[in-house]
Ligand binder design. Sequence first.
Ligand SMILES: Nc1ncnc2c1ncn2[C@@H]1O[C@H](COP(=O)(O)OP(=O)(O)O)[C@@H](O)[C@H]1O
Ligand SMILES: [Mg+2]
Length: 294
Amino acid sequence: MPASETTALGSAGKAPKAPSERRAEAPARDALPPPAIAVSDLRVAFGKGAERFEAVRGVSFSVASGQSYGLVGESGSGKSTVLRAIAGLIDDWSGRIEVKGRPVEKKRRARSFYRTLQMVFQDPYGSLHPRHTVDRMLSEPLAFHRFDHIEKRIERVLEDVGLGPAFRFRYPHQLSGGQRQRIAIARALVLEPSILLLDEPTSALDVSVQAEILNLLKDLQAERRLTYLLVTHNLAVVAHMCSEIAVMNAGEIVEVMSVEQLRRMAPTHPYTRQLLDASTGYDAEKVARFERFA
Ligand SMILES: Nc1ncnc2c1ncn2[C@@H]1O[C@H](COP(=O)(O)OP(=O)(O)O)[C@@H](O)[C@H]1O
Ligand SMILES: [Mg+2]
């Protein structure tokens, strides 16, 4: 498991070097605020020579501040790769990524970047360091980013994710899957970012726990005015959480639609239609017959 998944992004485990923070250019007086995330012509390839494989092939989209934006598509369509490039976990990409109007660097990210944007990973079992207590997982990023009142912040964030102070000195193996994902969310939120990248945040959880975590994420978003970029292969999850969705197939966005269009089952692209048909009751046979459109 990559080290970055067991530490907060931009925390001690993957220390960004000295801040080379850029000042945002002063916005024009009545200009709209920039989107929280703007991605244009993002390309990511893995491997070299004959092995070279383009996982993301010219993806563009933008997420307004305070919005909940869904990225959907079947497994392997490039969703996580898009998130990882935005989060700074992949260095080798081309195109342009702006966070709150500032272009992000390919390799080094300023420390302040990680106070703006954090990521929650799919697997709450793999994403927490097995030998670190909750207290350590939450205090390290705070110390690294030189926050004050560390104890108070830890207690408050545990409260905010629905866990009491009793959880502070527990280890991951002493937590249920849902509790672990609450800790992963707490770790992402403890630096008070305004943007969360959520990579299938409930797909590793029991169905009974999934709705609890989704509702927690919704409440936190309202309380903290967060912007979410949510990756999922589950259309019910995006319909519950998001206002707008982009549909990915084989590394490309094939359709952008509002959640109302999704609810009316009114996609225009045949790939989205396949995805919808397959998701109204999972039909493995239909999925196996999926055609590629990109
Ligand atoms: N680090 C990597 N090295 C090589 N191939 C990768 C790597 N990460 C992802 N891929 C490949 O890129 C494609 C997209 O992966 P991913 O973004 O994880 O898809 P998704 O999240 O939509 O399931 C897949 O074919 C996957 O095997
Ligand atoms: Mg993925």
